[in-house]
Design a protein. Sequence first.
Length: 198
Amino acid sequence: MTRLMAEIIFLIGVFGWGAIRIPHEVKNKRKNRIQVSAVDRQERVLLLISLTGLGIVPIAYCLLARFGMLRFADYGFSAVQAWAGAAIFAAALGLFLATHRQLGRNWSQTLELREGHTLVTHGVYRLMRHPMYTAFFLWALAQLLLLQNWVVGPAGFLGFGLLYAFRVGREETMMQEAFGAEYAAYAARTKRIVPYLY
């Protein structure tokens, strides 16, 4: 494993992410109307911050590092660390795919509820309420391990961490309002993003 290979693996992971999400998003937008939306300026800003940390900065780095972009912040490359990052990215993609399949027509990229929205509590949702957030945190960890740069590596945790911190409470309030006691019971028996812990 070399630094260049680690960057290529990261880009393949991002491509895989898009291959999972984009068809699902297109299908849902065509077939499922939005019933409740809490998308506001804060949500849009948080999405942009997350996209910057997990997408724009690391992709630009991978594509432009040959021209010196942010190379000043590189640190000594560890192949073991990069292989661990590749394995974690593969796990993130697997979890991401599972969440999309299990949510089906209930999935939304933002704070929205679709017509006929149901509470999904099977599959990975049996273990945690927000496994898609878990998948994004795994992506951020993979980015940290694959892109061994003091700026680019932690950018994913910073960007997505801010989105998570300011969004998860709002999302859970929406779900509580939509599903009442059913959601309260589900929340009481599951953790947010780490099974049995948090």
